[in-house]
Ligand binder design. Structure first.
Ligand code: PLP
Length: 379
């Protein structure tokens, strides 16, 4: 049997006819960039999140970059970033000449360790970027308390967590901005690169729209140094169609995660606490986890061995992320706090994501579970 890490084709083929309608509409309209299809998607997505404005952009990376540009982040400013995330979370900080300040991770949910944030704040700190990693919200109550006290903006990196909730509220609406990716593997997966910025602030939304389009307040009047961060109409039309299925996709991810957790916690050596050989992911209280990834932890150097074993069994698995951001070469001279990072380093050695997508069958999951049990017996 073969079990891929994810299977994009299956999901899209289920709604092929509806997607084709969107393609036909765009084909006939001749409006390929921005326009009414984009506006409709922006309105619908913002409504889903409970935010006032949605600004469609070219990728999740550009959503983060644009949010930082709107807030005029630059040299001399500090932005707190988790040390354990995808590259784009922090690269946007350095691209604007600001300094990334690394915050360590909490091992139980892979998210920023909020107990460590206050010690990292200086008079230069302008922004914190919590990432809702693997589909689960960071502890937004703690982050909001700190940021309100210290007058710091929050930019939420929701790239992996569309549809996730904290205390019943959708992520993305807590901060000044929420940034989403519609990269094909995400909870709402597009047909190439695309992203979205959400905000409740009218003025910041207007400025984001201007910066998205070369900083033009009106045609050929460039008030700011903007960029081309526009979303294609085709992406918007197709994503709008897929959005009506998003809640179902997430329910199926959650039910697959529950299936994995139920079965695997019955295997000797597998469980939820630190004493287990394989530690399963948890949904923290107050969270609605979307399981964009189902990520195991293996101690004592066994992670790479399990990866090789699953590779041999034709089971897709991936190490997110093998090197913490704080140890990446390109951040050596433009970041701070690397010396305080320990948990992110540990997770980089322990984490392994196994197949997770809504259409995963119980037969496929049984094969994965059975293979993991066989691996443990060999130890
Ligand atoms: C946490 C995180 N932030 C940002 C991004 C960037 O999104 P995109 O690939 O759409 O540029 C990703 C995408 O993988 C991500 O996982």
């Amino acid at each position: 049997m073969q079990v891929p890490l994810l299977d994009i084709k299956q999901q899209n083929s289920e709604i092929y006819d509806d997607l084709k309608d969107g393609f036909d509409r765009i084909f006939c309209s001749g409006q390929f960039i921005l326009g009414p299809e984009v506006e409709a998607f922006e309105r619908n997505f913002a409504a889903l999140i409970g935010a006032k404005h949605g600004i469609g952009v070219s990728s999740g990376t550009d959503a983060l970059l644009l949010a930082l540009m709107v807030l005029e982040i630059g040299p001399g400013d500090e932005v707190i970033s988790p040390a354990y995330s995808f590259f784009a979370t922090a690269s946007c900080i350095s691209r604007l000449g600001a300094t990334a300040v690394w915050c360590d991770t909490s091992a139980d949910d892979f998210n920023i360790d909020t107990a460590r944030i206050e010690d990292l704040i200086s008079e230069r700190t302008k922004i914190i970027i919590p990432v809702h990693l693997f589909g689960q919200a960071a502890a937004m109550d703690n982050i909001l308390n700190i940021c309100r006290k210290k007058n710091i903006h929050i930019i939420e990196d929701c790239a992996q967590a569309a549809g996730a909730r904290f205390d019943g509220q959708q992520v993305g609406g807590f901060g000044t901005f929420g940034c989403y990716s519609f990269f094909p593997s995400k909870n709402l997966g597009g047909f190439g690169d695309a992203g979205m910025l959400v905000t409740n602030d009218d003025e910041l939304a207007t400025k984001a729209r201007i910066l998205r389009m070369h900083g033009m307040s009106k045609q050929y009047h460039h008030d700011y140094l903007g960029g081309n961060f526009r979303i294609d109409a085709l992406q918007a039309a197709m994503l709008n169609t897929k959005m009506s299925h998003m809640a179902d996709y997430i329910e199926r991810r959650r039910s697959n995660a529950a299936y994995y957790s139920d079965a695997m916690s019955k295997i000797d050596g597998v469980g939820f606490d630190e004493s287990c050989a394989i530690i399963l992911p948890v949904e923290k209280q107050r969270n609605f986890h979307t399981f964009n990834q189902y990520t195991l932890r293996l101690k004592s150097g066994k992670r790479d061995e399990l990866k090789r074993f699953l590779d041999e069994k034709n089971i897709g698995c991936q190490i997110y992320y093998p090197i913490p951001l704080s140890d990446q070469k390109c951040f050596i001279n433009n970041s701070k706090g690397k010396e305080n990072i320990t948990v992110a380093k540990q997770l980089a050695l322990e984490a392994l994501s196994i197949p997770m997508f809504p259409e995963l069958s119980s037969g496929q999951m049984d094969y994965v579970i059975d293979s993991i049990a066989k691996f443990l017996k060999r130890l």
